[in-house]
Write a protein that binds this ligand. Structure first.
Ligand code: IPD
Ligand code: CA
Length: 264
């Protein structure tokens, strides 16, 4: 079973079911309780729900997941899983969070996957070579997208870079930072945003795996300081560095040059 369309359907079903479970239990103190560090009970419950469901569906591939790390398996694919993206929102009863499930080749190429919003709308998904989808509707490449920039910055130097980007884009863009990076990247992929920019170097492969597959299949691009981001590490949870995503080739050129080009 490595057919991208079959794996897409499975990812949609499992991510959708986990999102439903999380929605039903949202804003209950019990699920929002901190377990250790930044982990809340909902992260762990969603992870075991998804792992059990994948195994029940006959998926034997290794699974790399945020809380559990590498769960051994076999076969010619790997599951990259973020059971709850936006835990801070979730634990504060802020309705913006998602579930991400992706199948990648062991060498790091996307095969299929889904990002399911916990609170709003159907899952967004992709199958390699077959396009990107909202629910079961295949989407066309979005063009420039709505003029939102989804931005994550912490350091003052990053704020200065962002100011340069805003100046170079010549206005007309609104800045958002909603708190579930996977969902914001997927929104850019389908045209509900113009670009996603994270300059904190905090995101990891499991955070972005499903969303980046959607970007690629919708005709968009992603880049890090080392260049185009076309594949991911698959055998462990691994930081990816800063990242920019857009469907507009001119904007990608501009972002790469301002954010990571030679000092000017
Ligand atoms: C978080 C979300 C958030 C981003 C954080 C991530 P998590 O994921 O993607 O948008 O700002 O850096 O950690 O931890 O809730 O899976
Ligand atoms: Ca998470």
């Amino acid at each position: 079973l490595r057919d991208p369309l079959a794996l897409r359907s499975l990812a949609v079903r499992v991510a959708g079911a986990a999102a439903g479970m999380l929605r039903d239990l949202a804003c209950t103190g019990e699920y929002s309780r901190s377990v250790s560090g930044e982990t809340i009970r909902a992260d762990l419950e969603a992870e075991s729900f998804i792992v059990d469901m994948l195994r029940d569906e006959g998926i034997r591939y290794p699974i790399v997941s945020e809380e559990a790390g590498l769960l051994p398996g076999e076969g010619d694919a790997v599951v990259l899983l973020d059971p709850l993206d936006g835990s801070k929102n979730y634990s504060n009863c802020i309705p913006w969070a998602s579930v991400s499930i992706a199948f990648y080749s062991p060498q790091g190429a996307p095969i299929a996957g889904a990002v399911a919003p916990v609170f709003n709308g159907p899952p967004l998904s992709f199958a390699a070579g077959h396009g990107c989808f909202e629910g079961n509707t295949r989407l066309e490449p979005p063009g420039e997208g709505t003029r939102f920039l989804y931005v994550y910055i912490e350091h003052p130097d990053a704020a200065a870079k962002l100011a340069e980007v805003v100046a170079a884009l010549r206005g007309g863009y609104k800045i958002r930072s909603l708190g579930s990076a996977a969902l914001e990247i997927a929104y850019v992929a389908i045209g509900r945003g113009h670009a996603f920019i994270d300059l904190r170097s905090k995101l990891r492969n499991i955070d972005v795996a499903a969303a980046l597959g959607i970007v690629r299949e919708c005709g968009g691009r992603a880049a890090t300081p080392s260049g185009p981001l076309d594949s991911l590490d698959t055998m462990r949870v691994q930081p990816i560095g800063s990242i920019a995503v857009t469907s507009a080739p001119e904007t990608m050129k501009l972002l790469e040059s301002i954010l990571w080009g030679p000092a000017r």
